[in-house]
Design a protein around this ligand. Sequence first.
Ligand code: SAM
Length: 226
Amino acid sequence: MSNQGVTNSTIFIRKEYQDMKITTKVWDKRFRKEGKVFEQPHEDMPGIISLLKEKGARTILDLGSGSGRHLVPLARNGFFVFGLDNSPEGTRIAKNWLNHEGLSAEFHVQEMTDPLPFPDNFFDAVLSVQVIHHARPTAIKKIVKEVARVLNKNGFVFISVPKEKTQAKKFMEIEPCTFVPLDGPEKGLPHYYFTPEKLKECFSGFSITDIHLDSTGHYCVSGFKM
Ligand SMILES: C[S@@+](CC[C@H](N)C(=O)[O-])C[C@H]1O[C@@H](n2cnc3c(N)ncnc32)[C@H](O)[C@@H]1O
């Protein structure tokens, strides 16, 4: 039998994929059920805030800002903060949290895979913690291009993405390195798994200063727009 083109197993996976609901709104449900989900900022945030102050940064985008655990400390430190997320509920929680602390931010509820609603060279930094892997590889490339567009020259970028598939017992591979959990809290939401090499390739338009694994099993990439 010819092995050219699509294999049987690929057809089977594709059919199953068509039958199941792939969704981008899993987190909205999760925020409605569990509230903030995350409260403590990422362990690298104090260092990032010091670096941004040292560099004189003012405008910061938190891409996939969720319920606001990074917007709060950033706004508290005097930065002009912008949150973008496709979850209305996460955004509502974040807004209330900021209000409660007497802080403010500009919020945008939209898909990160759509063009970002900001002019070129607008931000001094773009931070995105555990977010951009929630897309397919072609969409991730677009997101990274948009991040580069909205960042100032020498603007800072910090991105974290998971190393391992830990959120479910069963996954379905829908394209290379891209898995959809079939159970667990992120059921139906695509996850792309980077290697350090893939991260370097994806952020090749940036001058990468560091890639490390954090204590929660996420690769963290830092760098500057060239
Ligand atoms: C693991 S949570 C991280 C939230 C936040 N960055 C934090 O560290 O607390 C993933 C976030 O990505 C958002 N998200 C997932 N897919 C998205 C998409 N296609 N467009 C915009 N936001 C998305 C979710 O709504 C959720 O807030």
